[in-house]
Design a protein around this ligand. Structure first.
Ligand SMILES: [Zn+2]
Length: 344
């Protein structure tokens, strides 16, 4: 609880509005500053990039075949890691991924109902929300994005760690989200999410910026642990990638869709936009998104240790973006053996 405390302010604003990231879809902009506390000065919000940030000239002009080799890992002692929730042995007949969901949202899943005739499973949340596990429909990738069931949310598994391949077409682990789940856990509307916001000191040795994040389901605590571990382990020359953050909370729809950005739930953070790469920017030079990344994998590893997935492991990449998705990082739901699980 050292890294955040409850906010008491009644006014919050989003400096960057109308944003849309790989969190779904249109032009990327950082989530924007969300801290309006007068008494505690914060760093100004990162500018809204209508144009991509200037990319270093040293960057390779073509996509690497494999993930770029990061600089040597830090030699400092790693702080102890908080184990991510792991599924209990599953009940007979339940899909394995349902166990990952139960483990990751244990305080919010009331139970699972099974229709005696159709055998369809329905996850019942403790606010009464009912979410169908599998609607039985065959869907394309775009259909899963637009209208997913819970099973679809697990249909592209996440490759944990440094050893990952450049994502194949539509290989976007984490980009398919059932909005009803996030509303049930983190807040059903903007006001409810705001009531769940707490402040997290983001790398306080290097920044006075305090970020708002959702306290539900341990999300804010997890971000606080990320900050502490980065401060402990990150080599000095890599601090610039993490500080300043480009923002966390911004209740908004993804441009051109009826879907909410995951930043709406205050469970996603954009790190320094200056070093970010984004698939739509790449389309200005190539007909398909050519993979690019400047974010050191040291940073990615720390976020993953605490339940966050990285937008840099998406075909529709968004390398400044990390979101709290512990269900995808439960051991039995992780990608095994490399390759891709992309949906056509
Ligand atoms: Zn983002």
């Amino acid at each position: 609880m050292r890294y955040f405390r409850a906010i008491t302010i009644g006014f919050l604003f989003c400096a960057a509005c109308g944003v849309a990231l790989g969190c779904g879809g249109a032009e990327p902009q950082p989530a924007g500053a969300t801290d309006a506390t007068q008494a505690e000065p914060v760093e100004p919000a990162a500018p809204e990039p209508t144009e991509p940030p200037v990319e270093p000239r040293t960057e390779p002009s073509t996509a690497p075949r494999t993930a770029p080799e990061p600089p040597a890992p830090a030699t400092k002692t790693q702080p102890p890691q908080q184990p991510l929730p792991q599924p209990e042995p599953r009940e007979s007949g339940e899909p394995a991924a349902l166990g990952c969901l139960r483990a990751a949202y244990a305080d919010f899943v009331e139970g699972v109902e099974s229709d005696p005739e159709t055998k369809q499973l329905t996850v019942v949340m403790n606010d009464g929300t009912k979410l169908l596990w599998d609607d039985g429909a065959e869907k394309s990738y775009e259909q899963r994005l637009a209208n997913p069931d819970l099973e679809d949310q697990f249909s592209i598994s996440y490759p944990l760690g440094r050893d990952f391949e450049i994502p194949a077409t539509n290989d976007d682990p984490g980009r398919i989200r059932v909005e009803g789940l996030f509303r049930a856990v983190y807040g059903k509307n903007s006001r409810a999410v705001r009531d769940n916001l707490v402040k997290v000191d983001w790398m306080p040795s290097h920044s006075r910026k305090r970020l708002v994040f959702n306290k539900q389901n341990g999300a804010a605590e997890a971000l606080g642990r990320v900050s502490a571990e980065l401060e402990e382990s990150l080599p000095a020359e890599m601090i610039k990638f993490a500080v300043p953050s480009a923002g966390t909370f911004n209740w908004r729809k993804i441009a051109g869709t009826d879907r909410l950005s995951v930043h709406s739930f205050a469970i996603a953070i954009d790190i320094n936009v200056k070093f970010s790469n984004y698939w739509r920017w790449a389309l200005k030079r190539n007909p398909v998104p050519v993979y690019r990344n400047q974010i050191p994998l040291e940073i990615v590893e720390v976020f993953e240790n605490h339940g966050f997935v990285w937008g840099g492991k998406w075909y529709h990449y968004d390398t400044m973006h990390f979101e709290y998705r512990p269900e995808l990082l439960a051991r039995q739901c992780l990608r095994k053996g490399g390759g891709t699980t992309a949906v056509p």
